[in-house]
Design a protein around this ligand. Sequence first.
Ligand code: OGA
Ligand code: MN
Length: 287
Amino acid sequence: MTTIEFEPLAGPFGARVLGADPDAFTADDVDALRQGLFDHGLLLIRDQSISAAQLVAIGHAFGDLEILPEPDKRHPDHPEIFNLSNVRADGGIVEFDEPQAVFLRGTERWHTDSSFREVPALCTILSAVEVPTRGGQTQFADMRKALSLVPAEQRAEMEALTLVHSYEWSRSMNPGRMNPMSEDERAKYPPVEHPWIRTHPDGSQSLYMGGHASHIAGRDEAESRQWFAEIEAQLSVHDVVYEHQWRADDLLVWDNRTLLHRLLPYDIANERRVMRRVTVAGVDQPR
Ligand code: OGA
Ligand code: MN
């Protein structure tokens, strides 16, 4: 038995979750949420003022949690929590050019979390603690629908292609100076290849790409990225994108297998935006 219900959001996909008590998910609730995630792509649970420990517990309802390759962004007590805040530990707001701001602005590119892993993430759970008054929305693109827009001839060509995803590369493309990655962290994340068209257990397919993908295997970067840009340019033209206007205490869960996402700019050096994230590990290599 579950009391969970899904109410479609105003947009092409996504659902608000009603009747959920994140502090006491039953096994049936978890099944409903996992299925809801795949069906709707994105789940919103509103009015969740949760602690760091609760966020970790909610994450575990979906699976194992990743530890991200940015040690300075890990929560001191819960390394699975990723700090996506523009507020420093001393309470001050970041400057536009400092590494944390550069990193945050790097999420303004379309991407899917952890596609640089051999087994990439299942979903991300983002908890909004403080949100800016203007900007800072997050956009999500349904890459199943995006694939359906690709002309048949192009799709046939893509079927045979894999993309190279690399964390070191995408990090180097962030819009400013970052602290260098340690040898240790670098060694953990060599470039990986994933099929451009990803096939899901139910047989449906989606485009799997985004900011960690440096190029098409066997083709040069410029040609590859031209093609990526053409596809990304289509996302906003068609009815593929849901834009989330954050409220404090929103908890958003999104499917990294089928969606791309990006942050919309906000006044990062003046307006506080405090988000906490956990990332749920995937179980299968994309095929
Ligand atoms: C993320 C991310 C965007 C945002 O958490 O993975 O890309 O809106 N965040 O903060
Ligand atoms: Mn992200």
